[in-house]
Design a protein around this ligand. Structure first.
Ligand code: SAM
Length: 306
């Protein structure tokens, strides 16, 4: 299914791999993980984040309901930028189609805030843009982002890079309407799936001084019970997400339950109690285990299960 590319030399900590169907992706040698496994980077980005979150439709609606505010996307774990580029491409294509159809309204104003601890993988991807496909045509934009930390992709899209450890920073970026939560797996990258990290995202969305939180949706590729329990205890409403690649189910969360098509319900909650991997992830260590009675009691009292 995945083969290491025999013609591509290793460059530092990353290598190109060939996925089923011949498309290329990137493998982190240190983390031992291939990004976007089971499908190609663009398809996963479109299915899991851009399509499931209806980014184009929601950005258009936002332009009408909040004409003075940009629609804000947080892209957590920029990596080789497949999610960010797929979102920007969808937004640009939609603007072009509307213009061709005679729509004279300006395109929705969108800001993409990408967070990344190390841009080494993006630099690797840039030097293999042709092989990776989705990056073709984006080389100079990505180079500008790396150089200046901010790039005006077109008059309606601003892309900003926030360097640093997301799990340790206090977040200065404007409160998001959409979060693409895409670090490595909880086993390899536990601090990015911890109660503290999901609570910090919740705080910036919901616990704002002006109390004017807008709707926000967060998508990610896992269906782990431990991660879902962690997100719920951090304040999020959590539901079943769309399938993508080899995954039959993923996870979607939101700050309002009505944004979820399939919120987790009583049946899921009763299975949590007998799961061997339902303990919320705290701090920087991921220890699999059953949920403690006090955590289960907290879970049962959440508005989602009331
Ligand atoms: C699976 S890759 C992301 C793939 C990417 N979203 C895309 O669309 O191509 C995970 C990324 O998360 C980044 N990451 C891991 N821990 C992080 C942290 N604590 N803060 C910020 N970025 C982190 C990694 O460096 C890596 O680039």
């Amino acid at each position: 299914m995945i083969s290491n590319d025999p013609i591509d030399p290793m460059l530092g900590n990353y290598e190109l791999v060939t996925l089923r169907g011949g498309v290329r992706s990137i493998r982190s040698v240190i983390h031992g993980e291939t990004m976007h496994v089971g499908t190609d980077p663009r398809t996963e980005a479109l299915e899991l984040h851009v399509g499931q979150q209806e980014i184009v439709k929601r950005a258009l609606e936002y332009r009408v309901t909040q004409p003075a505010s940009p629609f804000i996307i947080w892209d957590i774990g920029l990596g080789p930028a497949a999610n960010a580029i797929s979102a920007m491409t969808a937004l640009r294509d939609a603007s072009q189609t509307r213009r061709e159809n005679g729509d004279v309204e300006p395109a929705p104003s969108v800001e993409i805030h990408s967070f990344e601890i190390s841009t080494e993988v993006l630099e690797f991807a840039l030097s293999h843009a042709g092989a990776l496909g989705y990056l073709s045509g984006w080389e100079s934009t990505v180079a500008d982002l790396l150089l200046h930390g901010r790039v005006e992709v077109d008059p309606s899209i601003l892309w900003t890079l926030h360097r640093g450890d997301f799990s340790r920073e206090s977040h200065e970026a404007p409160s998001p309407n959409a979060i693409f939560h895409d670090p490595y797996s909880p086993t390899r990258n536990p601090e990015m799936w911890s109660l503290e990290t999901f609570a910090s995202e919740w705080k910036v969305v919901e616990d704002r001084e002006d109390r004017k939180s807008g709707p926000c949706i967060l998508t990610n590729y896992t269906r782990s019970t431990a991660v879902r329990v962690t997100m719920l205890l951090a304040g999020w409403f959590v539901g079943k997400g769309v399938p993508t690649g080899e995954k039959t189910e993923t996870t979607i969360a939101a700050n309002r339950i009505e944004l979820l098509e399939a919120p987790l319900g009583g049946e899921w909650l009763s299975r949590v109690r007998s799961s061997t991997n339902a303990s919320p992830i705290r701090g920087r260590n991921y220890e699999r285990g059953p949920i403690a009675p006090e955590d289960y009691a907290k879970l049962c009292k959440l508005p989602q299960f009331a």
